[in-house]
Design a protein around this ligand. Structure first.
Ligand SMILES: [Zn+2]
Length: 67
């Protein structure tokens, strides 16, 4: 199951929305590029279930080589 979750680009500040596969686990991390400035970010995703609904929250970190 996919849910949309936002993260802020740490470089340009743009808000990106990504789809998280909440059935893939409560803690996930992967790399995704900012849709505005194309810098890669490491996303640390936490999945919670509240009232039967899955919510994903994201901490974004810029990938170090680019900064
Ligand atoms: Zn950006």
């Amino acid at each position: 199951m996919l849910v949309d979750a936002p993260f802020d680009c740490q470089c340009c500040g743009a808000v990106n929305v990504t789809s998280v596969d909440v059935s893939a686990g409560r803690k996930q991390s992967y790399t995704e590029d900012c849709q505005n400035c194309c810098r890669p970010h490491l996303l640390y995703i936490t999945v919670e279930v509240r009232d039967g609904e899955a919510l994903a929250t994201i901490d974004a970190e810029p990938e170090s080589d680019f900064f």
